[in-house]
Design a protein. Sequence first.
Length: 334
Amino acid sequence: MGGAVKDGWLLARALRTPGNTLALDAGGWTALIAMARAEQMIGTLAYRLEGLAVPYSVARLLADARASAAQGRIAALWEAEAARRALAPLGVPMVLLKGTAFVAADLQAGQGRSIGDLDILVPRDSLDAVEAALLGAGWEWVKPDPYDDDYYRRWMHELPPLIHRERDRMIDVHHTILPLTARITPDAAGLLAASVAVENGLRVLAPNDMLVHAAAHLFADGDLAGGMRNLWDVHCLVAEFGTRHLDERAAHHGLSREIARAVRLASALYGDGAALTPADHAYLRRLTARDGWGRATRPVTRLGFYVRSHWLRMPPAMLARHLWTKWRKSPAKS
């Protein structure tokens, strides 16, 4: 294995078969750790390599990463509990999403998972009450710009982001999982209705809906930033729960193509492999675009997926107006 592989496949293969990392030389370890940090997967890698006879300096770094992930888990769960308490008087469902959901439900995907913002899903007709309750409990707006505020409220799948004035932690309040301008309209009410309870009155999406959400975020909305981490989530969820009734659930939400691609690519990166389409190879080229220092590579490929993400998110005329407005308001322009 040495130091030959110098793109994201090095990280994928280490997560798939941890024992192979014992053949790495110093340059290979540097590249692996740099890529894991860049992809926000250093905690995940640390858990996967736990117990292996890695070099002493690497062992110390991985131990620190495990400790940091454990602390991040505590902070994420406390933030979820704070939001639950703030919204409890409303009597509306609050469903945890993404990394916080994984650790709250004690899932494999949560082991070492990097967790940033708290993401929650609430009913759309409760947004005003949820917003007022959070503002009253110490959260405040991150985006004071009137255009950004109006854009979020009219077209996005979430409120403008909020941050707690004392804890400096952000919360994203979703009312569905794709922008309202997107070509696909998942069943948000169905996501809430099928959600399951975990400890302390918290709720998470049902396993198949977790997979659907991951696929929607990656392939129907985003530019694949963080894609290796999100496909690791998919890999872990499939390993833990299987794919029974997944096709039906994906079809219900209008995301059959996206979930099929997510399962194929997760298997290609972390599993036993899968038969890939020609387009899948382009996705893998984007997903693994890192050099031996963890820096982004393949700028043309990245740009193509960035443009694609905006094209999926809104109709052409609206996209042109949005990009024009954002350009006029950008600091670089002034």
